[in-house]
Design a protein around this ligand. Structure first.
Ligand code: BG6
Length: 484
C-alpha cells in the first residue's frame, strides 16, 4: 500500500546540538527520509548549530556520513542525498555568549515556519531561549522542540518549565517523548477509539490486568555518567512507560486534538496511587563471562542505580479499580521486546466443562520489533475428537496487513518533527503532564533513597531479577515471556 504523504509548509529548522549524537542518529537521517518521501518541501531549510567551528561543506560531510550510517541501504540514493544536503546550513554558535547569533538571525527567512530543536543539555535551555528572543530570531509563531530528560525531579522540571515560559508560551513548546511517535503507539489509540469492539470491555470489569514491558538488550552504551544519575525509573518509567500507561488507561477524549488528549492523560497520572515499596523490584545487571557488569559500565563500583525496574501500579478511578498495571523495563535483558498486553477476565461460566482448560483472551500490542497487534482467542481445535478448545492468535502484523511498503514504518522522530512543523502538539507532553509524572515518581525514588535500597543483581541475557517474578506470582499471575 502506498502511503499518502502530504508535504508540510516550508520551514527553517535550527537544530541546536546539530553535531550531537541524537542529531546524527535520529534527527538528520529522519529528515532525509521525509525528504525522500516528498514530505519536506523544496523550500525547507535545516540549519545545524553547535559549538564547533565548521564550514557548510564540513557539516554536509557530517550529515552525509550520518545518512550512510543510519539510513537503510535501500533508501540511500546518492543523487537524492546530495539534493537533501543542499537544504542544509551550519552556524557555529556560542550558547552562552554572543558568537554566531547575528549570523543565525540573518539566515532566518520571513514567511516560513520557524522551529528550534534543543538537542542539548537542559542546562543550556535558558541561555538558548533567552538569546533566540533577545536577538529577535524567534517570533510569536516559532516552535521550540525540547528533548528529554525534562528535569531530574519535580523541582527541576518546574524550573525548566518556568525558564521556557519566560520566552515562549505553552502552545509553542513541543516536549518530545519519542514513544508517542512510534507507529504502534498511535495505533493503540486507533484500535481503542476507531472500533466499537474493545471500548465496552476496556475496564476493570473485563480486564484482569495489564502488562507493559520495554525490554532492551543494550547496556548503558557510553552514557554511563548520565544514566548512573538517572536509572530506569527516571530514564524510562517517568516518561515512556507512563505515556503508554496513560494511553491505555485514559478516558476517550472527545476529539483527537492536543488539549483534549493531554487533559485525559493528565487525569490518569493524577489518579495513580503512590507505589508501595513491596510493589517495586529494582535490579542491576551483573558481570558474566568476562563481560562487564553495570558498575563497570558506568565506572562506579558502589552504584545503587537500577538498570531494571518492575512495578505494580494502581489507577485509582472508577474504570480501573481492581485492575493492576504491571510495568517493567530493563537493560541487557534476553531480547529487545516492547509490548503492552491486556489480559481479559475469564468468561463467567464454562459450558464446555472443567476438562477444557481455558486460557485468557489477551490483546497484545507489540511496539517493537515486529510491530503489530494480536488478539488471543479460544476456538475449537479443528478435526474430530469432540469439543477440544485451543487458544490461537488473531494476528495483525503491520508488515503483512499493510502489504508492500507496510514494512517501511517511519521512525518516531520523523513523525514528531513533521508534527512540529504542522503545529500539532497532540503527541507531545504538556508542561503540567511532565510535572504530574515527576510528582508521582519523586516519592518512589525518595523512599528507596531513605531506605538505603540496593538493587538486586540479575544476569545479563535473562528476563531480569527473580524477585520480579514474585511481584506477579503472589497475585496468581505471571509475566509474559520476553521474546524477540
Ligand atoms: C531513551 C532512553 O529515552 O529511550 C534510553 O534514554 C533507551 O536509555 C531508549 O535506550 C529506548 O528507546 P527505543 O526507541 O530504542 O525503545
Amino acid at each position: 500500500m502506498v502511503s499518502r504523504v502530504i508535504p508540510v509548509d516550508p520551514f527553517d529548522l535550527v537544530i541546536f546540538g546539530g553535531t550531537g549524537d541524537l542529531a546524527r542518529r535520529k534527527i538528520l537521517p529522519g529528515l532525509y527520509r521525509r525528504f525522500l518521501d516528498g514530505q519536506m518541501p523544496p523550500e525547507a531549510r535545516v540549519i545545524g548549530a553547535a559549538r564547533s567551528e565548521m564550514d557548510e561543506d564540513g557539516y554536509r560531510d557530517f550529515v552525509r556520513a550520518a545518512i550512510e550510517e543510519f539510513v537503510d541501504a535501500r533508501r540511500r540514493d546518492p543523487e537524492r542525498i546530495e539534493a537533501f544536503l543542499e537544504r542544509l546550513g551550519y552556524v557555529a554558535i556560542d550558547a552562552r555568549g554572543t558568537g554566531g547569533w547575528q549570523e543565525l538571525r540573518d539566515r532566518m527567512r520571513a514567511g516560513v515556519v520557524r522551529a528550534f530543536y534543543f538537542s542539548v543539555a537542559p542546562a543550556l535551555f535558558g541561555d538558548l531561549a533567552e538569546r533566540l528572543h533577545g536577538f529577535g530570531i524567534a517570533d510569536g509563531d516559532s516552535r521550540l522542540v525540547v528533548e528529554k530528560p525534562f528535569g531530574h525531579d519535580l523541582a527541576s522540571a518546574r524550573a525548566l518549565n518556568t525558564t521556557l515560559a519566560a520566552h515562549f508560551n505553552e502552545a509553542q513548546i513541543y516536549r518530545i517523548d519519542h514513544y508517542l511517535g512510534k507507529e504502534t503507539v498511535q495505533n493503540l489509540m486507533a484500535v481503542r477509539f476507531a472500533n466499537i469492539l474493545f471500548e465496552p470491555l476496556w475496564n476493570a470489569q473485563y480486564v484482569d490486568h495489564v502488562q507493559i514491558t520495554v525490554a532492551e538488550t543494550v547496556g548503558v552504551d557510553g552514557r554511563g555518567s548520565y544514566y548512573d544519575q538517572s536509572g530506569a525509573m527516571r530514564d524510562m518509567v517517568q516518561n515512556h512507560l507512563m505515556q503508554l500507561l496513560c494511553l491505555i488507561a485514559m478516558e476517550p477524549p472527545n476529539r483527537f486534538d492536543p488539549d483534549a488528549v493531554r487533559d485525559e492523560k493528565l487525569k490518569v497520572i493524577r489518579a495513580l496511587d503512590p507505589v508501595a515499596p513491596e510493589d517495586i523490584v529494582r535490579g542491576q545487571y551483573g558481570a558474566v563471562g568476562g563481560q562487564p557488569g553495570y558498575r563497570e559500565d558506568v565506572g562506579n563500583s558502589d552504584s545503587r542505580t537500577e538498570s531494571y525496574v518492575a512495578l505494580r501500579v494502581h489507577v485509582s478511578n472508577w474504570r480501573w479499580k481492581g485492575t493492576p498495571f504491571y510495568l517493567r523495563t530493563g537493560k541487557r535483558l534476553r531480547a529487545r521486546s516492547s509490548e503492552i498486553a491486556i489480559t481479559f477476565r475469564e468468561p463467567p461460566h464454562s459450558i464446555f466443562g472443567e476438562d477444557e482448560r481455558w486460557k485468557e483472551n489477551v490483546l497484545v500490542i507489540r511496539l517493537q520489533p515486529n510491530e503489530g497487534i494480536k488478539l488471543r482467542v479460544m476456538i475449537k481445535e479443528p478435526g474430530p475428537g469432540g469439543m477440544r478448545l485451543v487458544n490461537v492468535p488473531l494476528d495483525m502484523s503491520f508488515a503483512e496487513a499493510l502489504g508492500e511498503g507496510g514494512t517501511d514504518i517511519p521512525d518516531a522522530y520523523e513523525r514528531l518533527i513533521m508534527d512540529v512543523i504542522r503545529g500539532n502538539q497532540t503527541l507531545f507532553m504538556r508542561g503540567d503532564e511532565v510535572e504530574a509524572a515527576w510528582a508521582w515518581t519523586d516519592p518512589v525514588i525518595a523512599e528507596w533513597v531513605d531506605a538505603g535500597s540496593r538493587p538486586v543483581s540479575y544476569d545479563p541475557g535473562t528476563s531480569g531479577p527473580e524477585d520480579a517474578l514474585m511481584l506477579m506470582h503472589r497475585d496468581g499471575r505471571r509475566w509474559r515471556e520476553i521474546t524477540p
